[in-house]
Design a binder for this molecule. Sequence first.
Ligand SMILES: *Cc1c(COP(=O)(O)O)cnc(C)c1O
Length: 228
Amino acid sequence: MSTICENLQIIGKRIRDAEEKYGREPHSVKLLAVSKYHPVSALQAAYDCKQQCFGENYVQEMQSKAEVLAKNNIEWHFIGPIQSNKTKHIAAIADWVHSVDRFKIAKRLSEQKPEGKADIDICLQVNISGEASKSGILASELPALAEQVQLLNGIKLRGLMAIPAPETDFDQQRKTFAKLRHLQEELNQQGYQLDILSMGMTGDMEAAIAEGATIVRIGTAIFGKRVY
Ligand SMILES: *Cc1c(COP(=O)(O)O)cnc(C)c1O
């Protein structure tokens, strides 16, 4: 068995254990394999081990990998910063986009989705730690953006995504993820039906699951360290 396959089994077990420990429904947390900077062979190894969902951060990298892996039934998630001149390529390939942080991007994805392709599932990225350097909208801007995005055809607003500032303390990690959950709950109280919280990476996955993550985005623990 490949190392990647073993890692997937270990991560799968960690997810199931955390679901049980924190009172989550079994199999309510989906594993997104974040494969940026890793070669196509690594994705193929994971796919051969039944991993179907892959997350990529760079448009060209996703494009070339999608081309090489076209005969596989991969679900592509775009999770990186988005430049508006790249939306067309994202709309052509991605089944999911987690990193929508302005209306212009949502509108372009909506307009550029190829006819016949299923609606693109969207998460709004929230700058949950409030750092000036990180992408994502501020919590205060979320209601207005959600309202606009929700009206667009061709894309479907599913939930929220966050990349918190690095933090090793488990309780602090939980506090930050709880903020994203609360934002989702507030929107749902206003009538939205958001079912996705995209949060948790290799270093904070358990805390994210404890606070309601439905998609965890895991790179390092599956593929090893990234070589930039
Ligand atoms: C790289 C990346 C990940 C994966 O991070 P790991 O710490 O390697 O698990 C998750 N989400 C986003 C948005 C990323 O850019």
